[in-house]
Design a protein around this ligand. Structure first.
Ligand code: GCU
Length: 678
């Protein structure tokens, strides 16, 4: 059978490097793991699977007192000492991995304050072994920087996945609750291995049926599978559910009957799923119902649900992705305009979930101006792992680089260094309730994500959710070692490919701050010419505004003034073209085709260069990959080679389509040395 990638980054193939293997076998001659609770049992099973696979032997699970891997058991003298030394203080879901050498006996200890920490520690240790790290002197204390680390599935009850490019939904609602395939367990394992602790099972454009008894029982069966892995289930709640499945005439959040309906519904949910996480809500956006239908605001809506969830420690994740063509202003401004003034009005179990940028998961966007602007409200980051605007699961684009760029942006909200990352970890405004969400790219395809490299996007989301300070490079390195090879040269080649892939897609799709010029609706392929879409904010011309003089959206004080939503430090800088980073130029400015944006470089020439550079980068990725022939198993090698060839074709398609379109306005020739687009 084909090597289909279904084992993700949990492959546990036997270590071929004999030196490393011998050292490991010596250090871990035995394993002592007293596994009682369901979580301890799955940690034990994982460890066993991992060690048996990596070491190629089964014999070490007898406990001896020499060279032992000690897991968990706080009755143990070494672990007692760690507790005494204060290691467990504030550890939360974290873990300790420590090597203690006494009388020439090595004890490798994995310990945690609770079961799920132990599971995370076990996965971490296995990762070190898989990536052949030196584990002889470990002294690790790790804990997550963000509390709720959640995947959002845009999965519909009929098995389709909105913006899903990896097959159909993995949730088989038809066969649930009776049938819960191993795939659900593997999903939980994979997520727990990178620290993800929540999953919203259904689409934000939700169907009220998911809140009916019949579906709650099905959801409970999934929750049952996830529970030992520390993963809570959440549901997207449709705001009009009281009407659709409750028989009420209204869903007005201030109506006592509506409030009671939600209280009763939540009570019922917890009867089936005692550790239910809470609701995700898309309201008054893209036609979804919400509190504004009744003249109420987002806080009224969120607080009604939060009141119902509060007794059970449930949370509400209220999305700030709102825009409406009836609002005549710049779409980029609407979320801030609707939410900023509500700061301080949300209950303490509400998170406002904000997309990374103000438009919609573009290849590159400036960070959303709400980050740093609502200090009294915990803001949750929403990234999109599925590549809706980035070539679906056909193009190789490493999103770790995109996520990191956003997390590192400075909001200046509490002075220099108030990064987006520190806003969402709660550091800046002292929030205990924190969260991060990623719109999943998972589906029924054998390798879960379609493109083998799309697994890295799921992986990097999880790693950054646990610790947003990790670098995109180190996460990529880890993933490559776990997924493909431990060969240093190959790891570096692949890492370089991954890191450059993000800039490549920006270059061949939307360089210099261009955005939302994809084909209408499906968003695959170029469509800068789209001008009839039923509403202006669904066209491309709305966003680039090209004419014979220039191109770009003026969001400065002489334009829509969206810039004023940012901290004055940023607004001041971006107000002028000269001090705006080139990568955001056309996002904030209208620039003439022949205007110089860099020494001796006109906008038009720069645009041409970027589009060509994007195609060239894909060619370089292809060359790098070809060098790995023989290093990667044949199946995945071939799959990636073919997909890169498609990506190359499509990068050219993007380049030529966009340049020919924009050239019809600029009327300028290509600079010397550039071939004419086909
Ligand atoms: C995008 C996407 C929709 C999705 C929406 C959302 O607009 O195209 O399919 O429903 O985002 O995030 O709610």
């Amino acid at each position: 059978f084909a090597e289909d990638g279904s084992r993700l980054w949990l492959r546990y193939d036997q270590i071929q490097n004999q030196q490393v293997l011998m050292a490991y076998k010596k250090q871990i001659a035995a394993v002592s793991f007293v596994a009682n609770s369901p979580t301890q049992k799955v940690a034990y099973a994982e460890l066993k699977k991992g060690i048996v696979g990596l070491f190629g032997q089964d014999a070490i699970f007898s406990s001896t007192s020499n060279n032992t891997l000690l897991i968990g058991d706080s009755s143990n003298k070494e672990i007692k000492q760690l507790i005494k030394a204060g290691y467990f203080k504030d550890l939360g879901e974290g873990f300790i991995i420590k090597v203690v050498i006494q009388n020439q006996m090595t004890k490798t200890i994995i310990a945690a304050a609770n079961d799920v920490g132990l599971l995370y520690g076990t996965f971490h240790f296995l990762k070190l072994l898989q990536s052949q790290q030196d584990v002889s002197k470990l002294n690790i204390v790790e804990k997550p920087k963000i509390k709720n680390r959640i995947l959002n599935h845009w999965d519909n009850l009929d098995g389709t996945v909105e913006r899903g490019y990896a097959g159909t939904s993995i949730w088989d609602w038809h066969k649930l609750p009776g049938y819960t395939p191993t795939k659900y367990t593997d999903y939980a394992r994979a997520n727990a291995s990178i620290g993800i602790n929540g999953s919203v099972l259904n689409n934000v454009n939700s169907n009220s049926l998911s809140l009916t008894k019949e579906y709650l029982i099905k959801t409970a069966a999934i929750a049952h599978v996830f529970r030992p892995y520390g993963i809570k289930v959440y549901l997207s709640a449709r705001f009009s559910a009281p009407i659709e499945i409750g028989g009420l005439k209204t869903a007005d959040p201030l109506n006592p009957e509506v409030q009671q309906w939600w209280k009763d519904k939540v009570k019922e949910v917890y009867q089936y799923i005692p550790d239910f996480g809470g609701f995700l809500v898309k309201a008054n956006s893209e036609g979804q119902p919400g509190p504004q239908n009744y003249g109420r605001n987002h806080a009224d809506g969120a607080n009604m649900l939060a009141t119902a969830l509060k007794p059970y420690n449930g949370i509400v994740m209220w999305r700030a992705f709102v825009y409406d063509d009836k609002v005549p202003d710049d779409r980029a401004k609407q979320a801030y305009n609707e939410f900023k003034s509500l700061d301080g009005q949300f209950m303490d179990n509400v998170l406002v979930q904000v997309k990374n940028g103000a438009i919609d998961f573009q290849p590159r966007e400036p960070f959303h101006p709400l980050f740093g602007a609502m200090p009294k409200t915990p803001l949750m980051m929403e990234f999109q792992i599925t590549q809706e605007y980035l070539g679906f699961s056909t193009h190789l684009v490493y999103l770790g680089a995109l996520f990191k760029e956003v997390l590192e942006e400075d909001t200046y909200s509490k002075g220099k260094g108030s990064t987006v990352s520190k806003v969402i970890t709660g550091e800046i405004d002292n929030h205990q309730l924190t969260g991060i969400a990623g719109v999943a790219n998972i589906g029924s395809e054998a390798n879960w994500t379609g493109h083998p490299f799309a697994q890295a996007n799921w992986y990097s989301f999880g790693r950054l959710a646990w610790n947003p300070d990790l670098s995109a490079e180190e996460i990529a390195s880890d993933w490559i070692k776990l997924t493909f090879t431990n060969d240093n040269v190959a790891v570096n080649e692949i890492k370089n490919m991954m890191i450059s892939s993000r800039e490549a897609v920006v270059d061949y799709m939307t360089p210099l701050g261009l955005h939302h010029i994809m084909a209408r609706n499906h968003h695959y392929g170029p469509g800068p010419w789209v001008k009839d879409a039923g509403r202006p904010d669904w066209t491309s011309v709305y966003y680039h505004k090209a004419d014979n003089i220039g191109v770009g959206f003026n969001r400065t004080s002489t334009g829509s003034n969206a810039l004023a939503q940012y901290h004055p430090e940023i607004a001041k800088l971006y107000e002028k073209k000269e001090t705006t980073p080139l990568k955001y130029l056309l996002w904030f400015h209208r620039v003439q085709w022949n205007e110089e944006i860099a020494p001796n470089k006109t906008l038009w020439n720069a645009m041409v260069e970027h589009y060509y550079e994007g195609v060239k980068s894909v060619e370089e990725m292809q060359n790098k990959w070809q060098k790995l022939d023989g290093e990667i198993d044949e199946d995945r090698f071939k799959e990636v080679s073919q997909l890169l060839a498609v990506q190359h074709q499509e990068a050219k398609w993007w380049r030529d389509a966009c340049l020919l379109y924009f050239q019809s306005f600029s009327k300028l020739p290509l600079p010397a040395g550039y071939e004419k687009p086909a």
